[in-house]
Write a protein that binds this ligand. Structure first.
Ligand SMILES: N[C@@H](CCC(=O)N[C@@H](CS)C(=O)NCC(=O)O)C(=O)O
Length: 210
């Protein structure tokens, strides 16, 4: 088994944090996004959407999409459970995971990819050029991130972790989203003290270095 990775990119980091929380060591193979290696024919055979992460199994089967990879690893290594135990816990993890992704990560990506010079003409992942940056999308993303910060702050006023009493994959997506937004110097506002408290706590976990 090996994981196709790129150290700076947020989505592979989600899987690396997940692996670190489970104590898993899977060999990494770097796909240099800076030199557009995601468009090489060899990698395209493994993932036609030209994105990382990809988990390649020993029989050559390739799994892409960060959460699909995490789910696969969860079944093989159920403890510690990062998708919840009971039916209710699993539903809560799913709910908050989707909120983190659709209400947070996508906005952070809109801001980063429509702002930073690195993404000029490459504003969508996995598309080989010809996708211009749209400043209005960055602006919309910033407003979306403010709503995300406030909603997650409210949740974390009541619970220790994003999906409730236990650390889960929803915490991982939320953490990576906040750090990704930091690429554009967007920080959790001072008014969101619960979210700040939580972010400091997850950033102090050894897995945060992954
Ligand atoms: N939904 C996918 C998103 C994967 C994705 O967008 N990966 C980025 C790195 S964070 C990528 O490979 N980008 C390639 C590019 O910019 O062309 C997942 O969860 O794995």
């Amino acid at each position: 088994m090996k994981l196709y990775d790129y150290p700076r990119a947020p989505n592979p980091r989600r899987v690396r944090i997940f692996m670190a929380e489970k104590g898993l060591h899977i060999p990494l193979e770097q796909v240099d996004l800076a030199s557009q290696a995601q468009f090489d024919a060899d990698f395209a055979r493994r993932n036609p959407t030209h994105t990382v992460p990809v988990l390649e199994l020993d029989d050559g089967t390739c799994i892409s999409e960060s959460l699909a990879i995490c789910r696969y690893l969860e079944v093989l290594h159920p403890e510690p459970a990062l998708f919840g135990h009971s039916a209710l816990e699993q539903a809560m993890v799913e709910m908050w995971s989707r909120r983190a992704e659709l209400g947070g990560m996508i906005h952070a990506a809109d801001v980063v990819r429509n702002t930073l010079p690195f993404f000029v003409d490459h504003a969508l992942p996995g598309v080989d050029g010809g996708v211009p940056q749209i400043p209005a999308l960055a602006e919309r993303g910033m407003a979306g991130l403010q709503r995300f910060f406030e909603a997650f702050d409210q949740q974390l006023a009541e619970y220790e972790f994003v999906a409730g009493e236990h650390y889960s994959v929803a915490d991982i997506t939320t953490q990576v989203t906040i750090d990704f937004a930091g690429w554009c110097k967007i920080r959790v506002p001072e008014t969101c003290q619960h979210l700040q408290r939580w972010h400091q706590a997850v950033s102090a976990r050894p897995s945060a270095k992954a």
